[in-house]
Design a protein around this ligand. Structure first.
Ligand code: PEP
Length: 251
């Protein structure tokens, strides 16, 4: 069988002007994506167009957004629909990052609605799940994350499970101040995510299962060596073109 691709991508979160976005993409150079790697960039919505326009013609780099609304259209001030982001060139949509769950009203229900809407629009949903430290310290990380995964996939037809990418991002490991997770910290949760998906339909498997949270060139190799993982979702360490290029080289 074909080896599964390695996914490696970054969300810029709420950083970068248009000039900074253009300079970043120019800095990637034309041929930095190794064979077998799916690279993706999730700029702020304001920079989606400039990122697409700056990538070389035929670039394999996927582009996407960090959020979109589940409703097809209508009076939803300040939001954009899955159809609109697809129309603007997005191929991937991040859903349910902990920063949105914690401070911006994202719930398991809105995540599930967004996953279904993204699939309807032929977007790749990149669903973020992960436990806070309080939950891990009580020994409930696996159960908490399995529950988030089940709820996120509540409206996904069995045959569409293989179109969904999940990023396991322990909340305590996100951010420069965070404690990076070790392979030993995450392997149990990753196995539990695979088991949770397989329990939804016989033989079901996600399109990819990624890890995120203080990924750097210092820990990427050890994480990617885990058989349970299909790739890495990176924040800060990939906010420069050189940082992203270095991570691509390790994928
Ligand atoms: C994230 O917030 O999704 C993330 C992975 O951030 P960082 O790599 O900066 O911890």
């Amino acid at each position: 069988t074909e080896p599964r691709p390695v996914w490696l991508g970054t969300s810029w979160k709420m950083t970068k002007t248009l000039a900074e976005a253009r300079a970043y993409v120019e800095g990637l150079g034309p041929a930095t994506v190794p064979d077998g790697v799916v690279a993706f960039l999730l700029p702020p919505l304001t920079a989606l167009h400039v990122v697409r326009a700056t990538l070389p013609q035929g670039s394999p780099v996927l582009v996407g957004v960090q959020n979109a609304h589940w409703a097809p259209d209508g009076a939803v001030t300040g939001e954009v629909s899955m159809h609109q982001v697809r129309d603007a060139g997005a191929q991937v949509v991040e859903i349910g990052h902990s920063e949105r769950r914690d401070g911006l009203g994202e719930t398991d229900e809105t995540v599930a609605a967004k996953v279904a809407a993204a699939l309807d629009q032929q977007l790749v949903p990149l669903v973020c799940v992960g436990e806070p430290w309080s939950v891990r310290s009580e020994g409930r990380a696996e159960e908490h994350v399995a529950d988030q995964v089940r709820r996120a996939l509540a409206h996904v037809a069995p045959e569409d499970l293989s179109r969904v990418v999940v990023a396991y991002e322990p909340v305590w490991a996100i951010g420069a101040g965070g404690r990076a997770a070790t392979p030993g910290d995450v392997v149990g949760v990753l196995g539990r995510i695979h088991a949770t998906v397989a329990a939804l339909a016989p033989g079901a498997r996600l399109r990819g299962l990624l890890y995120g949270g203080s990924v750097s060139t210092g820990n990427a190799d050890d994480l990617l060596a885990l058989g349970e993982l299909d790739g890495l979702f990176v924040g800060r360490a990939a906010w420069t073109a050189d940082g992203f290029t270095a991570l691509l080289a390790s994928a």
